[in-house]
Write a protein that binds this ligand. Structure first.
Ligand code: URA
Length: 395
């Protein structure tokens, strides 16, 4: 039997400080030692900064992803037969897409096991939006998650403590050491959590623009490429779309308002941009899930599921099985509504040429729609309805 390999945290740090590439086994040993508290937080922080400054190769990023993925439980969903594909958005303002996309794709025959997040910074979170539905529960255990995915085709829950715990601990250090904005670390963080869901494929919605993490096309492309490369390296079918986040998606920002808008899309309506993004991501998911050979075929299936009410029926069942009041689906007035409303009128006529998504996201937090501390309660009814939309000048 080979002797257990000796791991020296200081040598590991020195290697990255000097810009050398780690062997995959050393990355794995580092994550294991960090979790076992044999590597201290200050050593891990020093390594994160060295990785931020000197970068990680795709091989190192894959090793980090795998080490973080296997630091906790990896779901396999054995009773769910057929393709399982999820979508992950890198975060935007007014991004309610998961709420209409997951039931729509499930209605077309691809399972969507989705573990989502809460609001982060100026961006909202799918879990908070779903919890605007009275009774809706996102804290289901793995067994119930699997049952609902099997029975309905989709289930949306929150991250549990058992999934990718190394990511949670490393993310907490990144947050306080200015090392969040680092593509390899973002890739490993996102993929380690998503791959723990028991999926075969993943479609990434990489947001680009003022309201997103990635402000310009160059950095959005770099993130998308790396996510796809490392995801494929982990043996999954992965594809990415880069989508606009210079303005909020759709006409609402705020939890109940966005859930209502997602329901409108499922009723074959909703704002044109929200519907289009849902269909584009859905088409990619049906192709990644091998349900359709081409995006064109996929779009036909998706549009039919919106028209014939099957996507809405999946959502209704999902709400019911996750403990929510399914009557909100047919009567969205049952969602919380703000008691105080204020109409902001432009002081003069004209047209809207841009909307600052990030500023509105931050204002929504101040209204109570998001949090500045993890333990804060949010107000499901708070938010904005955008009445005027951007008018693009003819080129
Ligand atoms: N979202 C994540 O889950 N991790 C990151 O590092 C950044 C965004």
């Amino acid at each position: 039997m080979p002797a257990a390999r000796h791991f020296s945290p200081v040598e590991f740090l020195r290697a990255k400080r000097d810009g050398r590439e780690h062997a995959p086994g050393d990355v794995q040993a580092f994550v294991a030692a960090f979790l076992a508290e044999e590597v201290t937080d200050y050593q891990a922080s020093a390594w994160l900064m060295a990785a931020f400054l000197n970068g990680l190769s795709p091989g190192e990023t894959l090793a980090l992803t795998n080490a973080m993925l296997h630091s906790g439980r990896v779901l396999t969903l054995p009773s769910v037969k057929g393709a399982r594909v999820d979508k992950h958005s890198t975060g935007g303002v007014g991004d309610k897409i998961s709420i209409c996309l997951a039931p729509l794709v499930a209605a077309c025959g691809v399972h969507v096991p989705m573990i989502s997040g809460r609001g982060l910074g100026h961006t909202g979170g799918t879990l908070d939006k779903l919890e605007a539905i009275p009774g809706f529960r996102v804290d289901l255990n793995a067994k119930r998650f699997e049952t609902i995915v099997r029975e309905v085709g989709t289930c949306l829950i929150g991250q549990t403590a058992e999934l990718a715990p190394a990511d949670r601990r490393l993310y907490a250090l990144r947050d306080v050491t200015a090392t969040v904005e680092c593509i390899p670390l973002i890739v490993a963080s996102i993929l380690s959590k998503k791959l723990a869901e028991g999926i075969d494929g993943l479609v990434l919605d990489v947001k680009c623009g003022g309201g997103a993490f990635m402000k310009d096309l160059k950095s959005a492309r770099a993130l998308a490429r790396e996510l796809v490369l490392v995801g494929k390296g982990a043996g999954k079918r992965v594809s990415a779309l880069i989508t606009d986040m210079s303005a909020p998606i759709g006409g609402t920002i705020g939890n109940a308002l966005e859930t209502r808008e997602a329901i409108e899309v499922l009723k074959n309506g909703g704002p044109a941009d929200t519907r289009e993004l849902t269909l584009e991501l859905g088409a990619e998911m049906l192709v990644v899930g091998k349900r359709c050979k081409t995006r064109r075929q996929a779009l036909v299936l998706l549009e039919r599921a919106l028209e014939d009410g099957s996507a809405l029926a999946v959502f209704r069942k999902l709400v019911e099985l996750q403990g929510g009041d399914p009557r909100v689906v047919d009567d969205p007035k049952r969602l919380p509504t703000a008691k105080v409303r204020h109409v902001l009128r432009a002081s003069r006529g004209g047209y809207v040429s841009s909307i600052d998504a990030r500023a509105l996201g931050l204002l929504a937090i101040e209204l109570g729609a998001g949090r500045t501390r993890a333990d804060q309660r949010i107000d499901a009814a708070a938010g904005f309805e955008l009445v005027a939309h951007i008018v693009h000048e003819p080129r």
